[in-house]
Design a protein around this ligand. Structure first.
Ligand code: TYM
Length: 334
C-alpha cells in the first residue's frame, strides 16, 4: 500500500516497433487502472539487452516508449513512469533473487525456449535469468497487481513462487502479486498466422499492426489478414483468424464478442476487415498525434524522467534495504 492505495507495476521492453498487441493487451489496461492504483510503469531497457541492441537505437526507442505511455493517457504526475536502468535497485535485487531461483525453473520458461531458438548464436545468461529480473521489478514495489498480456503469465507465476520461497525463509518481506488480464485483447494474434501471437519481432511486416502505422497501411494490412473459407462470421476456435479480428474489434470498442457477431451477422469477411481496420486506425490516430506533440516538448519529458526516477528509487530502495538486512548483509552506517 502507498498512501492507502494498492500498488500496480508493469513494464514494456524498448525493443522493436510496438504492436497493436502491446497496446490492447497491456497499455490500454494500464490507462484504465491508473486512477485506482498507485502505479509504476517501467521502460524495461535492462531486459532489452538480453538480445543484442544498437546503442543509439535503444536509447531512442526507450524515450519514444516513455512518451508513448504519456500519449496513451497516463498522467506522469500521478503514475510513476521511468527507465529501469535509472533505478539500480532492480539489478541489485535481481542478483539476490538469482540465488533463490532454480536452474530447472528457468529451463521450463517457454519464452526462453523460443528466444534461444531464435537467437541461437547468443544464448546468454541474461536471457536465461530474464524472469528473475522481472520478478525483481515487481517485488521491489510490493506490487499487488500486474497487468499483462497472457504471454507473460508464466513469468508472473515464477515471480510469485520466488516471492513465496523468500517469504517462507525470512518472513513476510514481499507482497505476492496477482496478474491482471484484460477482458478483451489479452492475446492478439498475427494477421498472417492467427495461431501465432502478434509480435514486434515478426519478420513479415503484414503480420503486425505497428502503433505508428498510418491509416492506409492499417487498412491494407487488415484487408490482407488471413481468415478461412467458412464464409460465416462466428467467434469460435475453429476460425482463429475471424476470432482474432473480432477480439481486436471488441478490445477497441468495448463490445462483447456476442454483440460483435450479431452486428456482422449475414455480412461478408470484407466488411468485417474494413470495420476493424477503421476502428484501429481511429484508435491509433490520436495516440500518434499526441506522441508527435510530446516528442517536441523536450524539457517536459526530461523533467518527467528525472522526477519519476527519483520517486521509483525511493520506494525500490526501501524494499531493497529490507531484503539486504533480512539476508544478513551488514547495515549501512548512517
Ligand atoms: P513485452 O515488452 O514483450 O510486452 C509488453 C506487454 O505487451 C503484452 N503483449 C501482448 N498482449 C496481447 N497480445 C499480444 N500479441 C501481445 N504482445 C505483447 C505483453 O504481455 C506485455 O504485457 N517481460 C515483459 C516486460 C516486463 C514486465 C516486467 C512486465 C519486464 N518486467 C514486470 C510486467 C511486470 C515483456 O517482455 O513484455
Amino acid at each position: 500500500m502507498i498512501d492507502g492505495k494498492k500498488v500496480l507495476f508493469s513494464g514494456m521492453q524498448s525493443t522493436g516497433n510496438l504492436t497493436l498487441g502491446n497496446y490492447l493487451g497491456a497499455l490500454k489496461n494500464w490507462v484504465a487502472l491508473a486512477d485506482e492504483y498507485e502505479c509504476f510503469y517501467c521502460v524495461v531497457d535492462e531486459h532489452s539487452i538480453t538480445v543484442r541492441q544498437d546503442p543509439a537505437v535503444l536509447r531512442k526507442r526507450a524515450r519514444a516508449l516513455l512518451i508513448l505511455y504519456i500519449a496513451a493517457g497516463i498522467d506522469p504526475d500521478k503514475a510513476c513512469l521511468y527507465y529501469q536502468s535509472h533505478v539500480s535497485a532492480h539489478a541489485e535485487l535481481a542478483w539476490i533473487l538469482n540465488c533463490f531461483t532454480y536452474m530447472g525453473e528457468m529451463n521450463r520458461m517457454t519464452q526462453f525456449k523460443d528466444k534461444s531458438a531464435k537467437h541461437a548464436d547468443n544464448i546468454n545468461v541474461g536471457l536465461f535469468a530474464y524472469p528473475v529480473l522481472m520478478a525483481a521489478d515487481i517485488l521491489l514495489y510490493q506490487a499487488d497487481l500486474v497487468p499483462v498480456g497472457s504471454d507473460q503469465l508464466q513469468h508472473l507465476e515464477i515471480c510469485r513462487d520466488i516471492a513465496q520461497r523468500f517469504n517462507n525463509i525470512y518472513g513476510d518481506v514481499f507482497t505476492i502479486p496477482e496478474a491482471y488480464i484484460g477482458k478483451a485483447g489479452a492475446r492478439i494474434m498475427s494477421l498472417q498466422n492467427p495461431e501465432k501471437k502478434m509480435s514486434k519481432s515478426d519478420e513479415n511486416p503484414n503480420a503486425s499492426i505497428y502503433l505508428m502505422d498510418d491509416r492506409d497501411t492499417i487498412i491494407r494490412k487488415f484487408r490482407r489478414a488471413v481468415t478461412d473459407s467458412e464464409g460465416q462470421i462466428a467467434y469460435r476456435d475453429e476460425q482463429p483468424g475471424i476470432r482474432n479480428l473480432l477480439d481486436i474489434y471488441c478490445a477497441c470498442t468495448g463490445k462483447t464478442p456476442d454483440d460483435a457477431v450479431a452486428e456482422f451477422s449475414g455480412r461478408g469477411y470484407g466488411d468485417l476487415k474494413s470495420a476493424v481496420g477503421e476502428i484501429v486506425a481511429d484508435t491509433l490516430d490520436p495516440l500518434q498525434k499526441r506522441c508527435a506533440e510530446l516528442t517536441k516538448d523536450k524539457g517536459y519529458i526530461d523533467s518527467v524522467i528525472k522526477n519519476n526516477a527519483e520517486k521509483a528509487s525511493f520506494y525500490a530502495t526501501k524494499t531493497l534495504r529490507k531484503v539486504q538486512h533480512k539476508i544478513g548483509f551488514p547495515d549501512r552506517i548512517r
